[in-house]
Design a protein around this ligand. Sequence first.
Ligand code: GTP
Length: 345
Amino acid sequence: MASRFIPRTTFPYDRVINWFPGHMARGLRLISERLNSVDLVVEVRDARIPLSSVNPNFEKVVGRRPRLIVYNKFDLADQSSKAPITAAFAKHAPMTPVVFTSCQTDNNIKEILNHAAKLADPIPQVTLMVVGMPNVGKSSLINSLRRVGVGKGKAAATGAQPGITRTVIGTVKVLEDPTVYLVDTPGVMVPHIADPVRSLKVALTGGIRDHLSDEQTMADYLLFRLNEFGAYDYAKWFKLPDDQPTNNVDDLLNGVAKRIGAVVKGGEYDMTMAAKFFLKHYRTGKLGQFTLDDVSPEALETFFEHQKMYATTNANPSTLSRRQEKKVAKLEQRKNSRRAAKEEE
Ligand SMILES: Nc1nc2c(ncn2[C@@H]2O[C@H](COP(=O)(O)OP(=O)(O)OP(=O)(O)O)[C@@H](O)[C@H]2O)c(=O)[nH]1
């Protein structure tokens, strides 16, 4: 019985999956070049990995520009994650609006348009720039904004695999009155994700091309997390013996392969095809809604502290307020006196 099942408590994994093709470096450059003609940066993150889908490179490029954070694909995430994230933003970044959206249902899309329209008070025309890691749903968001704002169809190509948008497309009108334009940009990955498990989470949610991260390892990690959440429905879905959950990915994939008839020559089960099917099931929400990052108040506190440090040491001083400039100068001064003291030793 499932109640007697003891899930694994660790997932040893030390491989780092890196994926930073040329169009991403170019994309980052283009974002930085277009920034001066943009009134608001809309940074899209994946609500299933609210911390792991943050690219510190955006902090460097976007600096202290007015920004709105969108946690997209919220239909696939644990709905209880919204409250702690909202509270952490209210405490650490009260001037940054946060919106939780679903482009599948256009949920909360209007809220983004409302924020943009508010900016149109002193300026006649507002331009937004959408940035984010690959596959977080930037193009889908543009299409949703256009659908909700001006009732028009698809303007940007979307796809289940990352890396569909490869260059900055022209501006797209998403609201008539006031006029709001939007610029799509290519998804930009972190050039080097130091934490192996973080790279696995990004891959599992579709941010890295599947073949680069190995489907069976991703399936194993997904099984580990489902068991950790006590989400054992997969056992019934894939008709595992006695509907029992398992810690063994081969047992699971055998069940999946049998269920979908994934057999190769000689009658063996096709484990890669089974793993792909299992991943697709998860990615389309059929196994439930999960948030893979720790969003406890303590974890969010650490995250924001880290972000603050990063932003303070990397932000472009020309975009800082005088108070922030003073803080950066103070930090620099402290750093210099520490260096001088060391040299004297
Ligand atoms: N369930 C769900 N799926 C979504 C949502 N938004 C986008 N998707 C799906 O996620 C996949 C990626 O969406 P895109 O809009 O192409 O993502 P992107 O960020 O533009 O991708 P890149 O081209 O890699 O930069 C597609 O299969 C979309 O249908 C959402 O809110 N909910």
